[in-house]
Design a binder for this molecule. Structure first.
Ligand code: FES
Length: 127
């Protein structure tokens, strides 16, 4: 399970990528209703996601640096690379178009019990 504290610059990349993504509005049911938004999260800065590629189940790697610094191409704005077959995901776990992975990374049901405590597996509706 990934819990990632995204910086403001990371969040600012999200609206720039919509045309390059397979499901930019998260229309497929890969997240609870509470996370069907641009950041795919309850709190904009905190991403809770299952770190398993939706292609064949490898674990994507963090490629958080822009451009070629992390071995990606010059247009890369940061996100995740699945090394198995090359699927790429943005900082919201949204998959890029024309990649083997068919879906965005799963965001599980979760809820905040307090400012710093997250319960994963349930949401406020008891899902
Ligand atoms: S398992 Fe991730 S791209 Fe194939």
């Amino acid at each position: 399970m990934w819990i990632i504290n995204r910086s403001q610059p990371m969040l600012e990349t999200l609206p720039l990528l919509n045309d390059a993504l397979a499901d930019p509005k998260s229309e497929k049911p890969m997240q609870p209703a509470s996370c069907q938004n641009e950041t795919r999260s309850i709190k904009p800065e905190i991403l809770v996601a299952v770190g398993i590629c939706t292609h064949l189940g490898c674990s994507p790697s963090a490629k958080f640096k822009k451009g070629t610094e992390d071995g990606m191409d010059a247009s890369w704005l940061g996100g995740f690379l699945c090394p198995c077959h090359g699927s790429t995901f943005d900082f919201a776990g949204r998959v890029f178009k024309n990649k083997p992975a068919p879906d965005n990374l799963e965001v599980p049901p979760h809820m905040y019990l307090s400012e710093k405590r997250i319960l994963i597996g349930e949401d406020k509706k008891g899902a």
